[in-house]
Ligand binder design. Structure first.
Ligand SMILES: Nc1ncnc2c1ncn2[C@@H]1O[C@H](COP(=O)(O)OP(=O)(O)O)[C@@H](O)[C@H]1O
Ligand SMILES: [Mg+2]
Length: 267
């Protein structure tokens, strides 16, 4: 790492289980990433999310760049904070290129969404795993300087903790994509995942999307039951839906679902 990143080197930390250098990479929907010939500043493009591009970064490493070129320093810092508290995240090695590139361990495995598609009978177990990841994160106090949510809470909240941001390794789930991490109440994070699970359009082909839709209610119900926070999450839903509606990357369809939902929960 560079001397001035403020991010401890992963080399001295515990490696994330399941990280293997040069192993096969899986994209968000559980299929191998397209072997693009595009080369970014740091190597071959491995995957594209809604917000960031992920490049090969040398043996066992990837480089994350936000497409708007913003600083990824706060993401790196919160990742290291939760990792030190025992939470499963990729080890951060460096923040470079004027903070625009985050170098971290490459984590191999399908996303939780990919696993849901390939092993649909495991949906109940996966909903439980997602709830468990929420519970563990909600027990970690936020570091100083993390953006405060209006709910006044003091735990780390991820705000995007859904099945596309969990990589399932043989040694357990690993949580990626900490762009929206903040300080808040754990129940806000549960409600946020509820809203994402319920309103997001599938990034998968239409047939697969229909399959997912048919199981969406069961998945949400099992997730909420496993958190034990359904009623508390209901109480914060209007605020969470409203905040979600401020996201400029929503599709028109997602916006419509959220607007109707907001109207119904406000009575
Ligand atoms: N540390 C990592 N190791 C392996 N693949 C990763 C890693 N981080 C991200 N990816 C891949 O890149 C995709 C997009 O990354 P993500 O951080 O979720 O970006 P976005 O903010 O755009 O959603 C992920 O779905 C995953 O396939
Ligand atoms: Mg993501």
């Amino acid at each position: 790492m560079s001397a001035n990143t403020g991010v401890p080197s992963g080399a001295s930390g515990n490696p994330v289980p399941g990280v293997r250098s040069g192993a096969r990479h899986w994209d968000v929907d559980g299929t191998p990433a397209t072997p693009a010939d595009r080369r970014g500043p740091s190597g071959r493009l491995l995957a594209r999310g809604r917000d960031a591009d992920i490049y090969e970064g040398g043996p066992g490493l990837v480089v994350r760049r936000a497409r708007d070129g913003r600083s990824l320093r706060h993401e790196a810092e919160v990742m290291e904070h939760v990792r030190r508290a025992g939470y499963p995240v990729p080890v951060v090695h460096d923040v470079r290129a004027g903070d625009a590139e985050l170098v971290m361990d490459r984590v191999d495995g399908p996303s939780m969404l990919g696993l849901l598609l390939r092993r649909p009978w495991r949906w109940g177990q996966l909903a439980g795993t997602l709830a468990d990841l929420h519970g563990r994160l909600g027990a970690i106090e936020a570091p100083p300087g993390l953006r405060q949510l209006p709910d006044g809470g003091c735990a780390v909240v991820h705000q995007d903790l859904h099945p596309m941001n969990v990589i399932m390794t043989p040694a357990g789930p690993v949580v990626i994509d900490w762009a929206n991490a903040a300080r808040g109440l754990p129940v806000t994070d549960v409600a946020q995942t509820w809203v994402i699970l319920w309103s997001s359009e599938s990034p998968t082909p239409p047939l697969v999307g229909r399959f997912l839709l048919s199981r969406r209610r069961a998945l949400v119900d099992r997730f909420l039951a496993a958190t034990g926070e359904r009623s508390a999450a209901e109480a914060v839903l209007p605020d969470v839906i409203e905040r979600r509606l401020a996201n400029p990357r929503l599709t028109p369809g997602e916006r419509q679902v959220l607007e109707r939902w907001l109207a119904s929960v406000r009575g």
